[in-house]
Design a protein around this ligand. Structure first.
Ligand SMILES: Cc1cc2nc3c(=O)[nH]c(=O)nc-3n(C[C@H](O)[C@H](O)[C@H](O)COP(=O)(O)OP(=O)(O)OC[C@H]3O[C@@H](n4cnc5c(N)ncnc54)[C@H](O)[C@@H]3O)c2cc1C
Length: 491
């Protein structure tokens, strides 16, 4: 049997393991062994249950429109456990000049697509609104030789919609999702669709208005089946996101997984690979998939290929923490009919954003109690990560009191730290990833996967893990019936 050694038990590593297991099920003589340095599988996906609360410490959802997680959920028979948001309570606040404003209806990414909500919002000044409206008249950037030309999120938004739109909307909404600095963030690597939209539609307002119309037409053409769950923008799982990675681990086979064991080195041997483990032992295999963060992969790859290692070292990461606080509903003293609040950097707060988790995701708190989750850290506030868990909980509580008016004392707090947890897709990211992929493509039995490369979103990570397996199986002339061209494309 040919054995693939998978390093890293996050969603990308588990997606790889599950794909190898499916190949074995179809009769291919392949298997895997997976090493994860933490005692728990799932990587950034971490759900804990505290006194009847379901607390997600990392991702709490995935983007519904991307198919990979749904596909896996169907295969795992947990599709019926997918959890849409409770859109009857959908409302997002943005803090602006110390006051809470509703995110105006019709705003898509950072483009207004409905006139009245935009005209009447107090979120922007009138000069700011007029400047945003100029997007309708500003010509698309001339791109030499066709195609798209990369630029930062900041340069793009300021050029098309003005500085106020960047500071009050795009930075918290778009930069915040990636916990990234808009002045460094590569648009081609994070939201290439925006660059295409500018070229195809002439601007953001026209582009997003067309997109909104298309969504409405599709909804009319394909109305939800009677009794089916609503299709909301984001989706989670009943029982938290770890339901997904737990099911992936079960289906792939936990007997082939070794949590709590770190890989300390990799090397080539004739026709295969050897990995060194932190318990002092070595394991031989026919191929290695590095499904770790890129900084962890860099250390392992450097003795093998300095070109790949140098490209990996160019991918920086920022640290952040989530702090979940539980309250008695009768004591919290705020209207819980909202999904949360975004705090733009320009407001100078320590809190980046907060989610009213038990509103957004039904079932996250017992009856009569509520759960709120705050985010701190990100590229502009790395210093906060030096604080203790107790202090982080105090800071977030203080911010929630100031920003939302939260009252009452928390029933408990739960802090999750993500040191170097969020890759920064800065300008040049795609070139770095292409170097990594091209160089590893010609190295038999080596593939890299994970959120550091072609998308931090969970569906992207699933596809990345699967592509790594397709690369290796392809070298062994094995193509699975389920392989799509996209899954096979590795370089
Ligand atoms: C706070 C936060 C919130 C997020 N929210 C969302 C969200 O709502 N929706 C969304 O789609 N995405 C979200 N993301 C992004 C998403 O969580 C990640 O992109 C994704 O989980 C990364 O998965 P991965 O498998 O690539 O990496 P990881 O989950 O980081 O897994 C890599 C694993 O490799 C292990 N490892 C490293 N080195 C070694 C070694 N030497 N030996 C053995 N094991 C090793 C690590 O311990 C880790 O478990 C969020 C991220 C963070 C930090």
């Amino acid at each position: 049997m040919r054995k693939i050694i998978i390093v890293g038990g996050g969603i990308a590593g588990l997606a790889a393991a599950y794909k190898v297991a499916r190949a074995a099920e179809t009769g291919e003589d392949v298997g895997f062994v997976l090493f994860e340095k933490d005692a728990r599988l799932g990587g950034k996906i971490a759900t804990e249950f505290v006194d009847g609360f379901t607390v997600d410490g990392g991702p709490d959802c995935f983007l519904t429109e991307k198919p990979a997680v749904h596909r896996i959920a169907k295969m795992l028979d947990i599709f019926d456990q997918e959890l849409p948001t409770d859109d009857s309570r959908k409302r997002t606040y943005i803090l602006s000049r110390g006051r809470l404003h509703d995110l105006p209806d019709g705003v898509m990414m950072f483009a207004p697509t409905k006139f009245w909500p935009f005209a009447t919002t107090g979120l922007f000044s009138w000069p700011g609104k007029i400047r945003m409206g100029m997007d309708l008249f500003i010509k698309p950037k001339q791109v030499s030789g066709g195609g798209i030309e990369d630029e930062t999120l900041e340069s793009f938004v300021v050029r098309r919609m003005g500085r106020e739109c960047l500071d009050r909307l795009a930075e918290p909404l778009v930069g915040g999702v990636h916990a990234s600095d808009p002045a460094k963030m590569s648009l081609a690597a994070t939201f290439p669709r925006l660059l295409e939209m500018e070229q195809n539609y002439g601007g953001m307002i026209k582009g997003f208005s067309a997109a909104r119309k298309k969504v409405a037409e599709m909804r009319k053409k394909y109305p939800p089946k009677p009794g089916a769950k609503p299709r909301t923008f984001f989706t989670s799982f009943e029982g938290g996101m770890q339901r997904l990675t737990d099911a992936m681990a079960d289906a792939a086979g936990r007997h082939s997984m070794r949590p709590g064991v770190a890989v300390t080195g990799i090397s080539q041997r004739p026709g295969g690979w050897v990995v060194d483990l932190d318990d002092g032992t070595r394991v031989e295999g026919d191929a290695v998939i590095l499904a770790t963060e890129s900084w962890a992969a860099e250390t392992l790859v450097r003795p093998i290929d300095t070109g790949i290692a140098d490209a990996l070292s160019g991918i920086t990461h920022s640290s952040s923490a989530t702090v979940s606080l539980a309250f008695e509903e009768s004591e919290i003293g705020i209207d819980m009919n909202a999904f949360g609040v975004l705090c733009p950097l320009i407001e100078g707060r320590l809190l980046m954003a907060a989610t009213l988790s038990s509103t957004k995701w039904p079932g996250r708190a017992p009856k009569g109690k509520v759960l709120v989750r705050g985010f701190v850290g990100g590229p502009h506030n790395q210093a906060i990560m030096a604080e203790s868990d107790e202090r982080l909980a105090e800071i977030v509580l203080g911010e929630l009191r100031d920003v939302l008016g939260v009252q009452g004392e928390p029933l408990f707090s739960k802090v999750f730290r993500w040191e170097k947890g969020m890759p920064q897709y800065t300008i040049g990211h795609l070139d770095r990833v292409e170097t990594i992929e091209r160089s590893s493509a010609v190295m038999p039995g080596l593939a890299l996967a994970g959120g550091s490369y072609r998308g931090v979103g969970l569906p992207n990570c699933v596809e990345s893990g699967e592509r790594a397996v397709s690369k290796i199986l392809g070298e062994w002339d094995i193509t699975l019936a389920e392989d799509t061209e996209e899954q096979k494309r590795y370089y």
